[in-house]
Ligand binder design. Structure first.
Ligand code: TXA
Ligand code: MG
Length: 328
């Protein structure tokens, strides 16, 4: 890559926000920090900008994008907000919860961004830079995770800059390490049902205090019309991943969790020595990236408990370990 093709990483100051907002208004893309992972942001009302997102990610066209808004009022201009949706927004926004809602008849979001569906996925990020950028751009922003399709999600600005070229992404705003570390939880509200479409940074139990028990979408997402495009093999490091490892081979890298790690790995990292699932989520993608570059033959991952953020961590690890190209 020639130096002038490198994506600039700019500090999160007013001048950068203005520069990024101008790029977005021109239909160009910006690397945007959020509390979950970095997003590849573009004007959600522009078919051209949305097409650029798909092209840069190499993403299958049937996979719709999450639309980022600055607050619940902006969401109400885009989607039909039921009392239950309003209750979820009041309780959890801004934060790592995406709601899939019916599009309003006058919804200005590019149909390409919702892949032709009559629903739209909305999220209000809990990150000062993201919200300042949405406000400065003056329009909702489509922003999938800023990684090439099928690869690990980015949790720092450098991850984004190294994955794209300058003709794909105008600049990345440096918002530091993403504090949550896994993508938002996606809940679909269809009729009376509330469906867990993707476990993520907001634990199931918190959402269920508002909705009651969530229905499961099942894992064969490519077949399920309400959650298109969630390929089973996703979030994949280059190395093969072995789950629930209680011992490790000398040519393996170990991704540990908790107080006692099996000895003998080529290299070991610990998601959380204290066994804290929030800390483990924040470290997950960065540590997988580091182990992927370690020269090991594969990555062995210790068992992770399934409560709280453990559901999202297990989901991402399951996808990282799935046979590559698996669609169901
Ligand atoms: O934390 C996050 O949500 C990050 C940050 C950048 O905000 N964004 C993110 O976006 O993960 P993305 O585009 O990578 O995730 C898209 C997911 C896919 O699983 C897609 O199927 C689902 O959102 N989705 C989007 N629109 C949908 C819709 N109308 N119905 C059902 N699922 C939808
Ligand atoms: Mg993604």
């Amino acid at each position: 890559m020639t130096p002038q093709m490198t994506v600039p990483i700019n500090p999160p100051v007013d001048e950068t926000i203005a520069q990024a907002a101008a790029a977005l208004k021109g239909g160009f893309l910006v690397g945007m920090p959020t509390e979950t992972v970095y997003g590849l942001a573009g004007d959600a009302t522009s078919d051209v900008a949305v097409a650029r997102i798909f092209a840069a990610k190499g993403r299958p066209r049937f996979n719709p994008l999450i639309i980022h808004v600055a607050d619940a009022d902006e969401a109400a201009a885009l989607a039909e907000v039921s009392p239950r949706a309003a209750a979820l927004m009041a309780r959890f926004w801004p934060g790592p919860l995406t709601l899939v809602l019916p599009r309003r008849a006058d919804c200005p979001i590019s149909l390409l961004a919702s892949a032709g569906l009559d629903t739209v996925a909305l999220r209000c990020p809990d990150h000062a830079v993201a919200r300042a950028l949405i406000r400065a751009a003056g329009r909702p922003l489509a922003a999938p995770s800023a990684n090439p399709s099928g690869r690990l999600s980015p949790t720092c600005a450098a991850d984004v800059a190294e994955a794209f070229t300058r003709d794909q992404v105008a600049l990345v705003i440096d918002g530091g390490a993403a504090p949550v570390g896994v993508e938002s939880t996606i809940v679909g509200l269809f009729g009376d049902g509330a469906v867990m479409l993707r476990p993520g940074g907001l634990p199931r139990a918190a959402i269920e205090t508002v909705t009651g028990p969530l229905q499961d979408a099942g894992h064969a997402d490519a077949d399920a019309p309400q959650s298109p495009g969630r390929l089973l093999s996703h979030y994949a490091p280059r190395l093969p991943v072995r789950l629930n490892a209680t011992s490790v081979a000398p040519d393996e890298a170990l991704l540990g969790f908790g107080g006692s790690l099996p000895a003998g790995a080529l290299v070991s990292l610990n998601l959380s020595p204290a066994g804290d699932l929030a800390e483990a989520a924040a470290h997950l993608f960065a540590m997988l990236r580091q182990l992927d570059r370690s020269g090991a033959k594969g990555i062995a991952v210790m068992p992770i408990p399934g409560d709280g953020l453990g559901e999202a961590i297990r989901d991402r690890l399951g996808r990282a370990a799935a046979p590559r190209g698996a669609a169901a």
